[in-house]
Design a protein around this ligand. Structure first.
Ligand code: TA6
Length: 298
């Protein structure tokens, strides 16, 4: 669809406008009385979210590549229909295909209280190239109101059950990783990816003193992200997920990644609403699964 047609059909003057950037990627720019957000149609990825009178909430790498076939680094990547490396085909991309696919707009609307909603659908042709997921549909609904809410809906249109993993892999912008705490995961077990997925117990709130890559199990709790240097506190809620992933690559990995600044690890932390480990979803024929994450300033 051309940009003019996109704006004619789905633009809402003063609230939603579509623009093509130098990279050739098309973005939706959303504004209302609560704040603003930006969404790349490539990847179906929110790349910016800011509430009125506050600093941006999402971290975007200044070195992120905007190249077809590559994942955008930062914002809210959509990992689907598997999380991490593919379980048995190493040639398939890490974190699935959704974040490296094009998405089309299926609906935009202005809701009560000037909330703005955009609904996107992942490229069906790309999904159908995956034999096990052929005919499965993927939609993402993004609503900007007092909070930002994402609903990732998997529809199983096949005649047999499917297995789906994934995550809303959210990068939060922070002042300094040494001065944040994540609460809400106390007294839960996690798999430590850095220690051969060893099962460990989280007693206290999570503080960061080095590379961190953990899958917290059997938890539907909200996470509270406290940034002590800015006194900003975010509540990160979720639905349709019993696994929360925390990630910070720390210095050495930041330096290794081409699309990550060397000191990038200081200013971001990922808190992800995930369906992985023992929480991979089996979806029956004709059924849906919705993975949701909401981000609010408290
Ligand atoms: O969500 C954590 C994680 O799975 C880490 O293991 C790390 O690989 C991170 O995702 C980033 O993955 P990416 O493919 O975007 O470089």
């Amino acid at each position: 669809m051309s940009l003019n047609a996109l704006n004619a059909q789905y633009g809402i003057p003063g609230f939603i406008e579509f623009k093509e950037e130098e990279s050739g990627f098309t973005f939706a720019y959303i504004k209302n009385c609560y704040g603003e957000a930006e969404i790349s149609l490539y990847g179906g990825q929110v790349t910016h979210f800011q509430l009125l009178g506050d600093e941006p909430i999402l971290w975007m790498s200044p070195l992120s590549q905007f190249i077809p076939g590559r994942a955008i680094r930062g914002g809210i990547p959509v990992c689907w229909p598997w999380f991490g490396p593919h379980p048995n085909e190493s040639s398939l991309p890490q974190h699935g295909i959704a974040r490296i696919s094009n998405w089309s707009v299926v609906e935009t609307c202005l809701l009560e209280g000037e909330q703005v909603r955009v609904i996107l659908r992942c490229d069906q042709h790309k999904i159908d190239q995956l034999a096990k997921w052929k005919g499965v549909e993927l939609e993402l609904s993004i609503t900007l109101g007092k909070e930002l809410k994402l609903d990732l809906c998997t529809r199983n249109r096949r005649c047999e059950a499917i297995m789906v993993g994934g995550a809303l892999h959210t990068y939060f912008r922070i002042e300094d990783i040494h001065h944040v705490i994540v609460q809400g995961l106390e007294a839960t077990h996690y798999l430590d990816k850095l220690d051969k997925y060893k099962r460990k117990f989280q007693e206290t709130g999570v503080v960061f003193t080095g590379e961190t890559d953990r899958e917290y199990l059997d938890t539907k709790s909200d996470c509270i992200l406290k940034d002590k240097l800015t006194s900003r506190t975010l509540k990160v809620s979720k639905e349709g997920s019993a696994t929360t992933v925390l990630w910070n690559p720390w210095q050495a990995n930041s330096e290794k990644m081409a699309d990550f600044p060397d000191d990038g690890f200081r200013h971001m932390v990922c808190i992800e609403a995930a369906i992985t480990a023992n929480d991979v979803q089996i979806i029956s024929p004709g059924e849906n699964h919705i993975l949701s994450q909401s981000i609010a300033l408290i």
